[in-house]
Design a protein. Structure first.
Length: 268
């Protein structure tokens, strides 16, 4: 019962921060400084509340069937609010639904070492998708679809920000946060360090990409790295497993390179 109460409080805080971000957009024409301050506060609070909400959802004692039902129902609620153009509620239900799907998917992680290849593969797939794959294609041809499956940071799009902050968090980021955090809790790893690492990762991603001059932001490489660093002492690999991980990493990099080269050749 306590976790459900905390989830309700976190959801209420999520909506309040969203309203704060909308207020930043309204005062932007009158006071750019005040609007930027409100947007920064809302953006940082949004990230903190999001990470806290993932932690609460990951700790709920539910069967896999209950998790699946909640994920589907909440996903439907997100779609309904999206059609009604109530973005704040659409984002909230999308976030919670994706997290429940991630918690459900975390059941495949039976031991700690499995988190490493999961994080590496997820990072590679996300980076590929953002720059060359499905997400990149949809961003060009149907950006409204990408926006629909992302939760917008309050005020980030309506205010000129003096510091780099995320403008949106994609559904895949929420899903894998749920997966990582639920696995960390269940396998008795370093949950507190993991949550702080995820919070810091979300804050540092836009800074890194701003310095690099990149527009698209694949979040999973940073989120996965944060989880692995926070729990590194919990991983124990044999010599054969280390070589297997190395070979897998080389294979992924080689595959991405080949597809990238073919794509450039065809587009050229």
């Amino acid at each position: 019962m306590r976790e459900w109460q905390l989830l309700g409080l976190a959801a209420a805080a999520f909506l309040l921060v969203g309203l704060l971000g909308e207020e930043a957009g309204r005062v932007a024409a009158e006071s750019a400084g005040l609007a930027a301050s409100l947007a920064i506060i809302a953006g940082i609070a949004f990230i903190g509340i999001s990470v806290a909400m993932v932690a609460v959802i990951a700790r709920l004692s539910l069967s896999w069937a209950e998790q699946l039902v909640l994920a589907v129902v909440l996903g439907g609620a997100s779609a309904a609010w999206g059609l009604a153009r109530v973005e704040l509620l659409k984002d909230l239900f999308l976030f919670v639904a994706a997290t429940f799907f991630g918690v459900l998917a975390s059941r495949i992680v039976k031991e700690r070492n499995i988190l490493v290849p999961v994080a590496v593969v997820a990072a590679a797939v996300d980076a590929w998708g953002v720059y060359y794959g499905f997400v990149a294609e949809m961003a060009k041809k149907a950006p409204e679809v990408v926006q629909h499956f992302s939760a917008s940071i309050p005020g980030a799009s309506a205010v000129e920000m003096p510091v780099p902050l995320l403008s949106a968090i994609g559904i895949g980021d929420f899903l894998f946060m749920g997966l990582f955090v639920a696995a960390v809790y269940r396998l008795r790893m370093n949950a507190r360090a993991t949550l702080w690492a995820l919070f810091v990762a979300f804050l540092t991603v836009p800074v890194v990409f701003s310095l690099a001059g990149a527009a698209a932001l694949p979040g999973l490489p940073f989120l996965g790295f944060a989880v692995l660093v926070a729990n590194w002492r919990h991983f124990r690999f044999s010599r054969a497993e280390k070589f297997a991980l190395l070979y897998a990493a080389v294979a992924v990099v080689a595959l991405v390179g080949v597809v990238w080269a073919i794509r450039n050749a065809l587009s050229g």
